[in-house]
Design a protein around this ligand. Sequence first.
Ligand SMILES: [Mg+2]
Length: 210
Amino acid sequence: MKGWGAVSDFDGTITLRDVGDHLLLHYGFADKRTIEESYSLKVRVEDFMKRAFAGAALSERVIADFVRERVKARRGFREFILFCEANGVPFEIASGGVDLYADPFFAKHGVSVKSFFGRAKVVEGGIKIDYPFLRRTDLSSFKASRVARMKRLGLKVVFFGDGPNDFKAASLADKAYATGRLLRLCRERGVPASPLTDFTRAAAYIKRHS
Ligand SMILES: [Mg+2]
């Protein structure tokens, strides 16, 4: 399977629901309208996350339990990770989400993956988020830059995403799997993308095109 690399979004892509949104809604730290507005192309996801979680008084324990009990992985995710490992396909996650919920998720599924997440710290009255990898760029460009980097290494790249901030990366990839708002955006703008249902299809696609 040499010749391919994979980059993926996390929230709503690897997980079936956006974990950040789900947490904020579940514990009443945001309402549906605020969440909906955060998906405007004009809003930076990283700014929204910092703002929304600043007032979310949640402990690490509450978040970890929430992930274990409520967060579901998209079908074929673990198998896809193992497929990539076995076949030398570099796989990485570029996310506007945070380590506080990503770490328990990966622990639950028994996988470790190269990834970029915001660093979240529980502070008085809320959660402080920092994005060390976004000091000189925004999330959408960063995701695209990870795809571009693999391409420079001579790889063909498959990308997975669900949000407007995944659009640049999806446009650059050799093969994009999209769901939700990203799939609609790709269709509106004529960017080829296959519907992301489960990860098994992507493994089959890579095998066929290697
Ligand atoms: Mg997402």
